[in-house]
Design a protein around this ligand. Structure first.
Ligand code: MTE
Length: 331
């Protein structure tokens, strides 16, 4: 549906139980907030909706318990996107290019056994079974705004821990400047891998300081449960100040390199997808304005678009990483 042949002839996109503790704390914060005088019908309904969205084990998958993150900026109070939208309106090209394809076809993805290889310029390369990787650090709940370059956004309660925790385990060498993320490309179980829409496997990359930033999440779950296949099970990257395509799904390899990784989208159309891909309302994609966005779930006939925020609203936390850089040139 949303693949189009561009000017250059290339195809690219057009675009539980949440942890009882997590809920308990969130409710407690709300009650405190309400008791502080901010109570109102709107707030109360927001609160019950938040709690409902998370408490109902919406995907009926295995619960993944977590505690609320203390990382600055990690818990936006914005209304959560409905689980149904978050798990049926997806980009996962290995399963097709229509937004509905991943939910329909990703049941073929086999997430067990699963290993993630961590190698390249590190002192302690390792191959982690997914069961061990999950346990490497305490799971946190993080509620992130997610902005897709196609102009839509969602608010997702993720479960995972900072990528920095894994990076510390493998001890990068001094010349490791970038981190490359490889995702599964299995022709047998992923019908889209036979297509030429991208050069498989899907590869993404971050600069070392971006990968080390506490907001950069290695996610194993969402809405208090393990990830549904279509959202990148069993483990994915989540980088909330960058466009959604940086958040690579179903990771199988994390490699430390000296040179900037050649990412799948950059290879497909370098003029459209730069290495950084930071959310920036002032730099338009050649085919789409990035100034505003449509929040999924707010798309009634008269729904107003929202203004897109610099670094997707995470400027206070990440702006310093790009101090002095020309963000029009390094898009
Ligand atoms: N990861 C893989 N392996 N394959 C993909 O096609 N799509 C990306 C990103 N990660 C993609 C991927 C894009 S374009 C977006 S917008 C987000 O995943 C979508 O994540 P979501 O479906 O969980 O919202």
């Amino acid at each position: 549906m949303l693949i189009r042949t561009g000017r250059d002839g290339l195809t690219h996109p057009q675009s539980s139980e949440i942890t009882p503790l997590g809920i308990y704390q969130q409710r407690r914060d709300l009650i405190r907030w309400m008791a502080g005088g901010a109570a109102g019908a709107g707030l109360a309904s927001w609160a019950s909706r938040q709690a409902l969205a998370q408490a109902a084990r919406p995907g009926k998958l295995a619960a993944l318990s977590a505690t609320k993150s203390a990382v600055p900026g990690a818990m936006t109070m914005e209304k959560l996107t409905d689980y149904k939208d978050a798990s049926t309106y997806n980009n996962y090209y290995e399963f097709g290019t229509d937004k509905a394809d991943p939910a329909q076809y990703a049941h073929t993805l086999k997430t067990q056994p699963w290993t993630v290889e961590v190698d390249g310029l590190v002192k302690k390369p390792a191959k982690y079974a997914i069961e061990d990787l999950v346990k490497l650090s305490a799971q946190e709940e993080r509620v992130y705004r997610m902005r897709c370059v196609e102009g839509w956004s969602m608010v997702i309660p993720w479960v995972g821990y900072s990528m920095a925790k894994l990076i510390a385990m493998v001890e990068p060498l001094g010349n490791a400047k970038y981190v490359e993320f490889h995702t599964l490309a299995d022709r047998k179980t992923m019908p889209g891998v036979g297509s030429s829409v991208l050069d498989w496997p899907y590869v993404e990359g971050l600069r070392m300081d971006e990968a080390m930033h506490p907001l950069t999440l290695l996610a194993f779950g969402m809405y208090g449960e393990v990830l549904p296949n279509q959202n990148g099970a069993p483990v994915r990257l989540v980088s909330p100040w960058k466009y959604g395509f940086k958040s690579a799904k179903s990771l199988v390899r994390i490699r430390f390199t000296e040179a900037p990784p050649r990412t799948a989208w950059n290879k497909a159309a370098a003029n459209e997808y730069g290495f950084f891909s930071n959310v920036n309302p002032n730099v338009d994609h050649p085919r789409w304005s990035q100034a505003t966005e449509r929040r999924i779930g707010e798309d009634g006939l008269f729904a107003k678009k929202r203004k897109t925020l610099m670094f997707n609203g995470y400027e206070a936390q990440v702006g310093q990483l790009y101090a002095g850089m020309d963000l029009k040139k390094f898009y």
